[in-house]
Ligand binder design. Structure first.
Ligand code: SF4
Length: 353
């Protein structure tokens, strides 16, 4: 019998940074690693999945971090070549590398592009030098602006991440940020509310954060002032400029996570496996668990969750039909309304039977 192996997107984690930001709870360390060992580890993991799945189709590749732009070009080149030798990248139409201003020169960016990247995601966070310093960032606003301009003129797709809701922020700060994003012509931006995580420097400070109502007001202000459309809770894009990798994962497509700290969801002969990079292990997960995951990620998107049999088995259709101000069914998708998004965690608890 021929095995049916689905396409798998690939996420590669690069858990290294030049220093630790004051709010950061991501899996990353402020060290300069042995890049050859890192590369060998990634190639070993690629081998493992090649042996298990064969020459799969890879629709998208995403190097996330950490700070993947710190990766030496020869390491990036080796990983891309190795992926190409084991998997079918002919349908791969998006290769994203996350970057931080100050860690990638114009020349290095050109080398990344020569070796396959089609999209640069830049951790800008703010266009205000005082705010950048407060956040513990090592770059200033001009360095970020220069990198955005360099990437835009290089002809690749460009996204930038921002943080709002800092202590003493109000809607005026958000309006200014949206105007700056519009003026620089970004086609994709991710705007995240500052959340204080324990075990971070901010977690040990008694910061005077905006209230939940003030945060909600700032969130709603983004959509009315940004020239981009929201397509996920924190992600905004011009038409057809959405991050395909993330959209595929939010839709519930299969993906492999490579590198320490990476997670994946692998699909083999109709069965789903929870996978984590580094450990090279995969535990089977049942259909209801996978359907629940799809609701959690899909409801964050404006596209919503496709209603297939596995989703039908776990959702409370009566609840949806009687709470249309929060959640609706359109074109066989469950979609959260703007109001529903503000209380999404609670809404999900009610939608799942
Ligand atoms: S650059 Fe990103 S991953 Fe690295 S410490 Fe800062 S927030 Fe964390």
């Amino acid at each position: 019998m021929t095995r049916m192996i689905a396409p798998h997107n690939i996420y590669i984690h690069v858990p290294y940074c030049i220093s630790k930001c004051s709010y950061c709870a991501f899996f990353s360390r402020a060290i300069s690693p042995d890049w050859d060992s890192y590369c060998n580890q990634i190639c070993n993991e690629i081998d493992y999945w090649f042996n298990k799945l064969g020459r799969i189709n890879v629709p998208t590749i995403f190097f996330g971090g950490g700070t993947p732009s710190l990766m030496p070009i020869n390491i990036f080149q080796k990983i891309m070549q190795y992926l190409n030798s084991k998997f079918d990248l002919s349908c791969c139409d998006e290769v994203t590398v996350e970057s931080n201003p100050g860690t990638i020169t114009y020349d290095k960016l050109q080398r990344f592009i020569e070796n396959g990247i089609t999209r640069l995601s830049i951790g800008v966070q703010s266009f205000d030098d005082d705010e950048l310093q407060f956040l513990g960032r090592k770059h200033n606003a001009q360095t970020a602006i220069d990198l955005i301009n360099d990437a835009q003129k290089s002809g690749i797709r460009v996204s930038a991440d921002f943080i709002y809701g800092l202590p003493n922020h109000n809607v005026k700060n958000v309006i200014r940020l949206c105007t700056q994003i519009n003026d620089i012509g970004l086609q994709h931006a991710s705007l995240y509310e500052l959340t204080i995580e324990p075990n971070t420097p901010f977690g040990h400070m008694n910061l005077n954060m905006p209230s939940n109502d003030e945060m909600a007001e700032m969130y709603l202000t983004i959509q009315s002032h940004l020239n981009l459309s929201r397509y996920e809770v924190s992600n905004y894009s011009a038409p057809n400029q959405q991050c395909r990798h993330n959209q595929n994962i939010w839709d519930g497509d299969a993906y492999i996570g490579l590198g320490n700290g990476a997670m994946g969801r692998v699909l083999i002969d109709g069965d789903w496996f929870e996978q984590s990079g580094g450990n090279i292990k995969a535990n089977k997960i049942d259909a209801n668990t996978r359907a629940t995951e799809r609701i959690i990620t899909g409801l964050r998107t404006t596209r919503g969750v496709l209603i297939d049999d596995t989703i039908k088995n776990i959702v409370d259709i009566d609840f949806i039909n009687s709470n249309n101000e929060l959640v609706q069914i359109k074109d066989n998708h469950i979609i959260a309304t703007s109001k529903g998004l503000l209380t999404l965690d609670n809404l999900i608890l009610h939608i799942i039977k």
